[in-house]
Design a protein around this ligand. Structure first.
Ligand code: SF4
Length: 90
């Protein structure tokens, strides 16, 4: 089960780079990591993994920590709005 769950990691472009490249300390490093991710075939899986596991460090799925926080917040707000709309219509 675990092997299948993480199988996408084998195809990540980051395998060819040092891990530190994806945990940059400045904006330039973030941009460099995002460029690598841009062409990665498992970008979506990677982003969803980081969001699901609330990983708050590094560049995952082509998104910085800040971008992932924004995505997570937007999803929470959308889910709350949907729940409210459903409750009102029942
Ligand atoms: S999207 Fe980026 S961090 Fe994720 S697997 Fe691909 S290269 Fe690695």
């Amino acid at each position: 089960m675990e092997e299948v769950q993480f199988a996408w990691m084998r195809d990540g472009h980051c395998r060819h780079y040092p891990p530190a490249a994806f945990f940059p300390s400045d904006g330039v490093g973030v941009d460099q990591a995002r460029k690598i991710c841009a062409e990665c075939p498992v970008r979506e899986e990677c982003l969803e993994y980081a969001l699901a596991n609330r990983i708050d460090h590094g560049v995952w799925g082509g998104c910085s920590e800040r971008q992932r926080r924004r995505i997570a917040k937007a999803r929470r707000q959308k889910a709350a709005a949907t729940a409210t709309a459903t409750a009102v219509s029942v």
